[in-house]
Design a protein around this ligand. Sequence first.
Ligand SMILES: [Mg+2]
Length: 238
Amino acid sequence: MVKGITVDLWDTLITDGHTMEHKRDEKRADMIMRILRLDESYRVKIMDFFVELVASFKCPLERNEWALLPYTQLQHLFDLIGVRVSDEQFEEILRIYTEEALDILPKLIEADVREILLELKSDYKIALISNTGRTPGRVLRKILKELNILDVFDALIFSDEVHLRKPNAQIFLLACEKLGTKPGETAHIGDSVNIDFLGARDAGLKPIQFLPDENRAFMHPLVKSLKDVRKVIEEHYD
Ligand SMILES: [Mg+2]
């Protein structure tokens, strides 16, 4: 009997497509070059770093542990491009780097995400489990508030705050602990096969893949809309 649901954030509840994050990265590169007074030759190095960063998000491993926090991401970048940064410059860059998504806001993946979550909430406890990237939990809370879904969660777990990333089983178990549900009583919904589906399954939760777009690897059970989550839980896991 499922009593709790954990939900992924990016590309499950909110999305911004490839182009919006690319635009933010271009603005981040501009800002870093301006503050550090770097010449144009650094632009491509900084943009290459963002490519490596995104690859690290898709495949969290011990060797890319530096991608866990915005602070360590920037340290990695500055090592990579070989520049010296004062404490004041680092602070200023970190603040702008982490708050860029407030200027270019992501969108809800479905217009009625709030209504769907509130309907599920009548029977299930709900936790968010997000692997944060350049935008930390502190800023994501503001974004969720802006999108009017912050208040629907019983627990919020952001990787930069708990220093754990999916697919690590510990982050799923922590979510269950916060919800007061056993892993076997908890469904997890997320778009990624290795980070969400397999991670949740290995932690003993009941995984459901969120797959709005057909052209991707998929697992079973899956939902194409968040509206179908209740039906899939009842059919497969109750
Ligand atoms: Mg996701």
